[in-house]
Write a protein that binds this ligand. Structure first.
Ligand code: FE2
Length: 385
């Protein structure tokens, strides 16, 4: 995109970022005019004690609240339909989503279904949400998905084992309370995989063919923050400075791709997530360098700029672009992420996974055109088969 081209930048979410901002939750709910909150979360967040803290803050601020903690990883259609039913029965006038991408993505679908009814997949696609939604506040507890500021909710259709996306500014959080302190107890493996998810958002959002200048600026700064802090955040989770660098990087990466798109890494990761219930961040981490190698002929200049954001001093663009891909591989290796074999994917499923990847809306946004055969070649390459 050139400097004379037109673009729009919509940000329906108010962002409050900083250490301790979770303490503002009561004030933020009051500002929305809410009085009965349903917390949407998962059992991992309950075990980590973060949900107790949030419920305690709500009650101390005079709110009635109930907790729905049934969100599963790769949130399922029946999770959000059940949660919407609970929200209706309880008479919730707002949601508070607490967790990683799964509870926050789930809450986006619940806020539509609780008001408008129907099945989650009725709203699949871009701009299918019209009418009123419940307001919600997003409280991320991992530095990865950026879901607190995106307009997308990725839900698994359990009849077809396929992930679909509800994409509309109408499902965005009204407020994102982004507090790095909440990530201090995230275990190293989750810090690693969610961190590379954020890096993937930044790289795909920056290089997608639908990007625009604000998204590009956000993506490059996100790359800088994430590449500088990810190793320390994984090795020493109590380091608040590194955690804050990751949280801010993840937030900026989320803003980047929500104003651009993700691309083929996510198309493949979502196919794996839908079919194998494979961890999203790990799938991205495994696939990212292979997709970058494929995209290199059409993304060299941008990969060179990403390399510079990663502190790689190489003036020649074609060399810097190759070094960028190597640096991405180094990150995954240094933070101990496993390879493709850890996903347990059967070679016989590569065809259907390629077909699902091609069907993903974001295939059209990949910087280099790709079809089913291209995806099949990438699955084979990533698997070493
Ligand atoms: Fe992602």
């Amino acid at each position: 995109m050139g400097v004379s081209d037109s673009f729009e930048f919509i940000l329906p979410s108010r962002i409050k970022y900083g250490i301790g901002v979770i303490e503002h939750l009561g004030d933020e709910l009051r500002a929305l005019g809410a009085s009965r909150a349903m917390v949407v979360t998962d059992r991992g967040v309950i075990r980590a004690g973060v949900c107790d803290r949030v419920s305690g803050l709500l009650r101390a601020s005079g709110f009635h609240c109930v907790v729905y903690d049934g969100v599963e990883p790769n949130p399922k259609d029946y999770n959000v339909e059940e949660a919407a039913e609970e929200a209706r029965k309880y008479g919730a006038d707002c949601l508070v989503a607490v967790g990683g991408g799964s509870p926050i993505d789930a809450a986006k679908a619940v806020c539509v279904l609780a008001k408008q009814g129907g099945r989650a997949k009725d709203y699949s696609g871009r701009g299918k949400v019209n009418g009123e939604c419940l307001p919600f506040i997003a409280v991320p507890t991992t530095a990865g998905t950026g879901s607190e500021v995106t307009f997308s909710s990725v839900i698994t259709d359990t009849e077809e084992n396929f992930k679909f996306t509800i994409k509309s500014p109408a499902v965005a959080a009204k407020t994102a309370l982004v507090d790095p302190e909440l990530t201090l107890t995230v275990p190293p493996g989750v810090t690693a995989s969610t961190g590379v998810d954020a890096l993937t958002h930044a790289i795909e959002g920056y290089t997608a063919n639908v990007t625009e200048p604000i998204a590009e600026a956000l993506g490059l700064y996100a790359v800088e923050l994430i590449s500088k802090n990810i190793r320390e955040a994984v090795a020493n989770g109590r380091n608040l400075e590194a955690r804050a660098g990751m949280m801010l990087g993840s937030l900026l990466a989320g803003l980047c791709f929500s104003h651009s798109d993700v691309a083929s890494v996510h198309c493949m990761a979502e196919a794996l997530g839908g079919m194998y219930d494979a961890p999203h961040g790990l799938c991205n981490a495994i696939l990212l360098p292979y997709v970058m190698e494929y995209n290199l002929p059409d993304a060299e200049y941008k990969y060179a700029r990403i390399a510079r954001a990663m502190d790689i001093e190489e003036r020649d663009d074609s060399k810097a672009a190759v070094l960028c891909i190597e640096a991405v591989k180094d990150i995954s290796r240094d933070i101990g992420l496993p390879g493709f074999d850890s996903l347990g994917v059967k070679e016989g499923d590569f065809e259907i996974l390629s077909e699902m990847s091609e069907r993903n809306l974001s295939t059209a946004s990949n910087p280099r055109p790709i079809d089913r055969a291209g995806y099949l070649a990438l699955f084979k390459k990533a698997s070493g088969r």
